[in-house]
Design a binder for this molecule. Structure first.
Ligand SMILES: [Zn+2]
Length: 152
């Protein structure tokens, strides 16, 4: 949190206390550079992360959608529902940790591929082929080759 007086990036917390019946945390901070004090409030984020689609439209992040996409790719493969759930949890955590309010559908697709890579090769290739919309057989083969190389 930037100091409002000198703009320095680091401060120490002197005091933390819940307000608003615990829905807000108030922190008294001291700038490590100019030693002036200021207060910050931490609130629970209510608005969902927005996903920017290829056509530029935005949609609230929907984990069910990702799960459905993954289930489709893992059809008749030895990937349990638990594993899929876990993968989506990882993806959600990554987005949360990035602290971003918006993310592109492309980035989500890449994250799904990363998870599938570790789960099941066939599912991964299925997902990648739909997702990357391979224009021709060669680009599909290239992807497969680079995948196999990474594995070995
Ligand atoms: Zn300062």
């Amino acid at each position: 949190m930037k100091c409002p007086f000198c703009g320095y990036n680091d401060s120490k917390v002197l005091d933390t206390r819940p307000t608003d019946e615990g829905y807000t945390i108030r922190r008294r901070r001291e700038c490590l550079k100019c030693q002036k004090r200021f207060t910050t409030y931490e609130k629970i984020e209510q608005s969902p992360v927005m996903v920017i689609k290829k056509d530029g439209n935005r949609q609230a992040f929907d984990r069910e959608k990702i799960i459905k996409g993954m289930i489709k790719s893992c059809e008749k493969r030895p990937v349990s529902a638990d594993k899929i759930e876990e993968a989506v949890n990882n993806i959600e955590k990554k987005i949360e940790n990035s602290m971003r309010r918006e993310i592109t559908s492309l980035e989500i697709g890449e994250m799904v591929m990363n998870e599938l890579k570790d789960l099941d090769e066939v599912s991964y290739v299925r997902f990648a082929s739909v997702y990357r919309e391979f224009k021709d057989l060669q680009s599909f083969v290239d992807e497969l080759e680079s995948f196999v190389k990474k594995k070995n």
